[in-house]
Design a protein around this ligand. Structure first.
Ligand code: SAM
Length: 289
């Protein structure tokens, strides 16, 4: 985020306040807003308050005492080539180019009104991969955790639309921010929302009810909270529901061993890890045939 722009804005409102000071003021305003929202949630929705507290505590704790893992990662381009080889086919990416430019335009509209950080946006290389996998596998049911403004959501829904079948169930507890709920999936074009069901809440609460209803999951995308305990729990909960064939993609796995432990336990037909194109993130992909 460009705090100098925010700073300029505050400076206009408060003449005499230097830009850098105004910028820091805006950061602190965000902190204050978050603290006030959290206090409201504590009274209105104690379970959600506890979920947010758990996320904050485990994230901080794992940053201090967790074990980083160096995954041997190939590139996103190599990953797409591998997927093409695996499914022995081609996917026309013309409509993805168009979607990507629409999403970029929507991202620009977000500037200045975004209630929570746009650093949540998934890398386009990951989003494209989600699209390609959905086109190859033609899933009935896709489940994803972590929507934020909805980059991966838009790409998955586009693929389902082109397939002419399938639904996406997304699970998301929005980041703290004023009217944050209204912005979840902001980047998803309206005409793609017919095949989309958004479940509000943390995966550990939503999954035990949702997964038995769905009965099976063809593609699972983890992109929520990337702590060891959360990745481990989501993968464990979804595994009994994975159909054959099925694909699992997990974003931002580099900070802990959860993905590695899970593949060793579940023995997918094939799996590998890859570095995203424009983000310093490693994602994992597992295929069950
Ligand atoms: C990295 S962002 C998702 C990015 C998104 N997939 C995209 O393509 O732009 C993570 C999102 O997951 C939400 N979240 C965090 N912990 C969660 C949990 N335990 N269950 C569900 N959603 C969670 C965050 O609030 C945020 O909206």
């Amino acid at each position: 985020m460009d705090f100098s722009i925010l700073g300029q804005y505050v400076k206009c409102k408060l003449p005499g306040v230097p830009v850098w000071l105004a910028g820091i003021g805006m950061i602190n305003m965000r902190r204050v807003t978050k603290s006030l929202l959290l206090a409201q949630i504590m009274f209105r929705n104690p379970p959600e308050f506890l979920d947010r507290l758990e996320a904050a505590v485990t994230s901080r704790l794992e940053k201090r005492i967790g074990r980083q893992f160096q995954y041997p990662a190939i590139s996103a381009t190599e990953t797409i080539a591998k997927v093409r080889e695996l499914f022995q086919g081609e996917v026309n990416l013309d409509e993805v180019e168009k979607l990507e430019s629409d999403v970029v335009k929507r991202m620009q509209l977000l500037e200045g009104i975004a209630p929570f950080t746009t650093a949540h946006h998934a890398d386009f290389s990951l989003a494209r991969l989600c699209y390609i996998l959905c086109r190859f596998l033609r899933p009935d049911i896709v489940v994803e955790t972590g929507v934020a403004y909805g980059v991966t959501t838009a790409f998955i829904l586009k693929a389902l639309e082109s397939n002419g079948k399938g639904n996406l169930h997304s699970v998301d507890l929005p980041p703290l921010g004023k009217n944050a709920d209204k912005f979840v999936g902001y980047l998803v074009p309206e005409e793609l929302k017919d095949r989309w069901v958004l479940h509000r809440g943390v995966s550990k609460r939503v999954f035990p009810e949702l997964l038995p209803q769905l009965k099976k999951v063809d593609i699972f995308v983890h992109d929520s909270l990337h702590t060891y305990w959360n990745i481990r729990r989501e993968l464990q909960l979804v595994t009994p529901y994975l159909s054959r064939p099925a694909i699992v993609i997990a974003d931002d796995i580099q900070s802990n061993l959860a993905f590695q432990e899970w593949v060793l336990r579940t023995s997918p037909t094939t799996w590998w890890t890859f570095k995203e194109k424009d983000k310093d993130s490693v994602a994992g992909l597992a295929v069950f045939l």
